[in-house]
Design a protein. Structure first.
Length: 115
């Protein structure tokens, strides 16, 4: 599986997980610039949530959460504020979450809320 395929599989699993948890998927792969893409935007009750998904084939090199650097976090924040500016629906509550997915030897999902 290529990195692109691994990432796509992880995002699919993350969306399925979020739906089962009661989240409403608003948008996926929202691109704001070359450096800024929000993997999944969801709504949960009255909160808009921007989700970064990191997928690894195995946990041999650690969790995907370790790959969310300060720079990556700032890019997500930039996208968040751009999205809030563009959207017609006004949200008072919003946050950034991260989901780490390990595919092998078994699928493991770790959801970190409110980075």
């Amino acid at each position: 599986m290529t990195n692109k395929e691994t990432g796509a599989k992880g995002e699919q699993l993350a969306q399925e997980y979020l739906k089962k948890q009661g989240y409403e998927i608003i948008e996926a792969n929202k691109r704001f610039s070359k450096a800024c893409e929000i993997d999944i935007i969801v709504k949960y009750h009255d909160t808009l949530i921007f989700v970064e998904v990191k997928t690894r084939s195995t946990d041999f090199c650690g969790s995907g959460l370790e790959a969310i650097t300060k720079t990556k976090y700032n890019h997500i924040k930039t996208g968040l504020f751009q999205y809030l500016k563009e959207t017609k629906v006004k949200y008072k509550k919003f946050r950034i979450d991260a989901i780490s997915i390990i595919l092998k030897p078994e699928i493991k999902i770790n959801h970190l809320k409110n980075l």
